[in-house]
Design a binder for this molecule. Structure first.
Ligand SMILES: OC[C@@H]1[C@@H](O)[C@H](O)[C@@H](O)c2[nH]c(CCc3ccccc3)c[n+]21
Length: 448
């Protein structure tokens, strides 16, 4: 057995998001979000599940903080629900909404845990969606006004700021594939939404700098690692498009201020143009202090004429699968973050999400023997160590997720938590994977 040691300042954390854990969807003046609308629309979410109650963290956040403290994490990534702060998206601040986050932040700080806050994790106020949502550039200014209230309120308490969670999900998953709120299926709309969200990110960074807010600011993109099944040029090009769909389309504007031209041409061939206005690319690529990367999976791609958006198809090559049918591909984590370093230099990186969904059973003594999830984490922790050893500026890691929670269109059947949520009683029960991670944190490393 060998011990893989992590730097003593490596930030171990866990992650959640407002709509997935809070519940209390009409409490203390909260306005409706697009996810309330979407989940209340029959047929959109498995079992017609919704976030009305979720994990009830709105009332049980002290239990969550106690779990975090016992776990030993240095930081906790959560998101703020814009509709609690501005129920109509803009206008008057809802003080009771701010109060909830004051309670959460103070409880975390009292427990010696750093809050790492995502400003936008998909719960757009419905009132803004009614005016076009992210397709309407007015939403950019509304986002900056919302961000400014949070920056000022928590300056000095929150020191790690993430503007957006996964602009690919906000744009393509939600407006081209249509699987997430608001559920549109229009390529031009998706390209426009992606662009406006990235402009909103940049404007918020400008505001953060202008206000002299303490701490570091960045944004989170979900990256995948796709490789061509063969070295045939058509397979190589197909894999290049599949990867850029998730990766370069967002990372290049954010970190270099340009869109990948081969993808601009590809989308143009499909009838979609990027609505760039003067100054947008400089705004989008405002210098940031770190890049957040959510990594779950990847795979192999081959060319298939007229298949999907990219004349490509994923190929099954025998990876183990999670309960989301995602490939377990720890090497993909090493490859994708090595690619980030090669492409974008030594920008500090936080893995702001990584984790796995498996079917969990509550066993004797409220234990959950989630050996597959613990093994998923172990395999990926080995890659973290490999990345740090290779010189990648990997500063921290947030496991997705602290709790089983509302898994978007999949509802509550898909459990990602290292803590089991009993949705009847709302009790929390740490799983074996929680104790595995607790030991890694305590030991500053793991035995392999
Ligand atoms: O699906 C697990 C988690 C979600 O619960 C998080 O809210 C979200 O940030 C997140 N992103 C990803 C990868 C992108 C993706 C999200 C949802 C569905 C399919 C792919 C996985 N996850």
């Amino acid at each position: 057995m060998a011990k893989l040691n992590f730097p003593s300042d490596f930030v171990w954390g866990t992650a959640t998001a407002s709509y997935q854990i809070e519940g209390a969807y009409q409490e203390d003046g909260r306005g409706l979000s697009i996810w309330d609308t979407f989940s209340h629309t029959p047929g959109k979410v498995v079992n017609n599940d919704n976030g009305d109650v979720a994990c009830d963290s709105y009332h049980r956040y002290e239990e969550d903080v106690a779990l975090l403290k016992k776990l030993g994490v240095k930081a906790y990534r959560f998101s703020i629900a814009w509709p609690r702060i501005f129920p109509q998206g803009t206008g008057e601040v809802n003080e009771k909404g701010l109060d909830y986050y004051r309670r959460v932040v103070d409880a975390l700080l009292a427990a010696g845990i750093e809050p790492a806050v995502t400003l936008y994790h998909w719960d757009l106020p419905q009132a803004l969606q009614d005016k076009g949502g992210w397709a309407n550039r007015d939403s950019i200014d509304a986002f900056v006004k919302y961000a400014e209230v949070i920056f000022k309120e928590f300056n000095g308490k929150i020191k790690q700021w993430i503007t957006f969670n996964e602009t690919w999900c906000v744009s393509f998953l939600s407006n081209y594939i249509g699987a997430h709120a608001p559920g549109n299926k229009d390529l031009q709309l998706a390209v426009t939404v992606a662009h406006n969200c990235m402009v909103a990110h940049g404007e918020a960074v400008k505001k953060f700098r202008a206000l002299g807010i303490e701490g570091q600011i960045g944004t989170t993109h979900n990256l995948y690692w796709y490789e061509p099944l063969t070295t045939k040029p058509e397979d190589v090009e197909a894999a290049r498009r599949s990867r850029a769909y998730y990766n370069e389309w967002f990372m290049e504007p954010t970190l270099k201020g340009t869109y990948p031209q081969f993808m601009v041409d590809w989308y143009r061939s499909k009838g979609a143009e990027v609505p760039i206005q003067d100054g947008d690319m400089e705004t989008i690529s405002q210098p940031i202090d770190f890049i957040g990367v959510n990594f779950y999976s990847g795979g192999y791609t081959r060319y298939k004429k007229d298949e999907g958006l990219f004349d490509s198809e994923d190929v099954q090559v025998g990876f183990d699968k999670t309960f989301m049918d995602w490939n377990v591909y720890p090497d993909g984590l090493y490859k994708v973050l090595s690619w980030v370093k090669d492409e974008y230099g030594d920008i500090p990186i936080y893995i702001t999400e990584n984790g796995a969904c498996y079917e969990d059973e509550l066993a004797e003594g409220n234990r959950v023997h989630d050996a597959l999830r613990a093994d998923y984490y172990k395999k990926h922790f080995i890659q973290l160590h490999r990345l740090i050893e290779s010189g990648v500026q990997l500063k921290g890691y947030f496991a997705w997720s602290l709790l089983d929670n509302f898994e978007w269109a999949e509802g509550y059947k898909k459990r990602f938590g290292i803590v089991y949520t009993n949705y009847e009683t709302l009790e929390r029960h740490p799983k074996d994977s929680y104790y595995f991670i607790q030991k890694v944190i305590a030991d500053d490393g793991l035995e392999v």
